[in-house]
Design a protein around this ligand. Sequence first.
Ligand SMILES: *Cc1c(COP(=O)(O)O)cnc(C)c1O
Length: 469
Amino acid sequence: MENKTSSLLRQLPAVHDCLAHLAAADGVSELPIGRLKHCVRLYLDTTRRNILEGKLSQDGALNRESFLDELVRYVHSYHKPRFTRVINGTGVIVHTNLGRSLLPDSALRNIVGAASHYSNLELNLATGKRGSRYSHVEDLLCELSGAEGALVVNNNAAGVLIALETMGKGREVIVSRGQLVEIGGSFRIPDIMARSGAKLVEVGTTNRTHERDYENAITEETALLLKVHCSNYKVIGFTREVEAPELVAIGRKHHLPVMEDLGSGCLLDLSRFGLAKEPTVQEVVASGIDIVSFSGDKLLGGPQAGIIVGSKEYIEKIKKNPINRALRIDKFTLSSLESVLRLYLDESQAIEHVPTLRMIAMDADAIKIRVDRLCRRCQEAFADRATIEARAVSSQVGGGALPEQNLASWAVALLPRQMKLSQVEQALRFATVPVMGRVEDERLIIDLRTVSEGEEEDLFASIGEALSA
Ligand SMILES: *Cc1c(COP(=O)(O)O)cnc(C)c1O
């Protein structure tokens, strides 16, 4: 056994042999020598570890030829840029793992402008003096939400953190037990609360919380009443939460501010697209909630950001918190957020141009036409390798918004003849333009609601690559 391991280790080519092989290999020979050495070391280390762990000991012989071929493939894939475009065939519109919202063209132009030119980022052009970067979006946010003040930070998690730190540090914040949620990516209300220095006071039960639960928990130490959107889960059955207007009434009675972490936060009523009615940001502000925070890149369809709107008094306090500087947004966020918000000045413009809204609004029949067309092409090209047909499926909004809510959609459904479904699924991820679909009912499903028409050619090519992998 030991002999076999050491004999395998001895058969590993030397670094200079590997480098000589790479110097003659297609596509990698022109890479900087430092990068090639780095790759060779990593590859030799991995192989050595595999030998020592007994994963490479089958017949005791290390084939030098295939080792070097594998090395070339390894260098190719190691050197490929890591951040890459992906075709979203999941039908989940705000897919956090795939980058959440796509930006409208006007926002893209603004980002390029902000990147390639100097700008008035922190310059007041009227006075020639230093200005505030936030001034570019504050008025728009106030106009759209009806709030007196607004502030933007890096993301909604940061928004909740800075609001709690400002309002509740060293004091008590009351939250319903039914709202102590964990959002994906390890954002948990109790943990954020602890980090903010505020003391969490839980009231009610998992399924039911009443007005009196808040009232009974209010003490001299209470600083804030917090309401949290349950986002990605739903308690059904015998349930009760205190709605915003009632919570505001309790706050007013005890001279306490009330905050709502709205999660997704939408400026449009989405019930017109057949989704459940959710309070819009404007409605929450109108209900009297003092501080409302929500994400820029969920249902709003903008860049990653945490937007806080509310009464002037509290917004000013939060702005002055020194942590604000550490959570500040950059010029790309700012320039793209401004253009997204401007689209919302006219609802029909927002629905037409904000991709997140456009995908929600998309009609199933229109998706079916595209699915049928793509299926026909795929059947003609790949009939020997798979059965390909149109399937009625359900898309989801995602981003923790509206769980359990489905949008009727259509998908390309692949049933490979020779390959396993899991192999096709993997091969699609490894394609030149990677594709994320899902396995459902023994088929690989690619929902075209989240694939743009401009991506269909690449999708067709990736399906072809995957089926011949
Ligand atoms: C998504 C979400 C957050 C976190 O927002 P990010 O913008 O991802 O930081 C916080 N609270 C709720 C309720 C959410 O749904």
